[in-house]
Design a protein around this ligand. Sequence first.
Ligand code: C5P
Length: 223
Amino acid sequence: MIVAIDGPSGAGKSTVAKAVAKELGFSCLDTGAMYRAIAWRALQDGVALDDDEALGQVSRRYDISFGHVEGDPVPRRVFIGDVEVTDAIRTAEIDRAVSPVSAAPSVRAALLDQQRRIGGAGNYVVEGRDIGTVVFPDAAVKVFLTASDEERAHRRVRQNVDRGIGSIDYEEVLADLRRRDAADSSRATAPLRAAEDAVRIDSTSHYIEEVIDQICELAREKM
Ligand code: C5P
């Protein structure tokens, strides 16, 4: 069974997806981390971010995998090939590089295969931008999670402080979120949009626990 959670950057998808997976006893797949890992590898290899052919080669050459921190059922560690990139893919440099990389049709085709293979192996909560529309159009539950731009930027600033990455400028974060959403929504291949049969949830004025409960309820109705 697949629970698909799509939405723009910073809407709370990761937090919600991991908590829902924990609650339901499902595995969890963060597809954004996969695009970030390809962007990281492409920068390391000096691949031009507008070179669809070369980006495709990178995506096909390396497998992306996830690992657990001891005692935590949610896979938070990210690897590309043998290299762990858990922290390296969360920088501002990768935030900028990931939009052109994820717009490359060859990258999307390669990751689509990997995502279907991983998610098809069991019960999964899968989060991204095109999960309900393209990757798993038959998902049992589809959620499109949003929040206001300002709320999403505030959350991202708080998250960085909590993660010990340091403080970042609110206005810069807001501008970056809007830039990324515009790029994700306007690209030709698998743009960010809600599936017609997705349940839309706006998390701006709801506690995250309420959103988690609501999605678990939707999933239990289908079990
Ligand atoms: O979710 P996260 O912000 O980590 O995703 C990083 C980027 O990866 C997004 O801005 C988007 O460009 C891309 N992405 C995508 N399709 C997905 C998941 C993420 O294009 N399914």
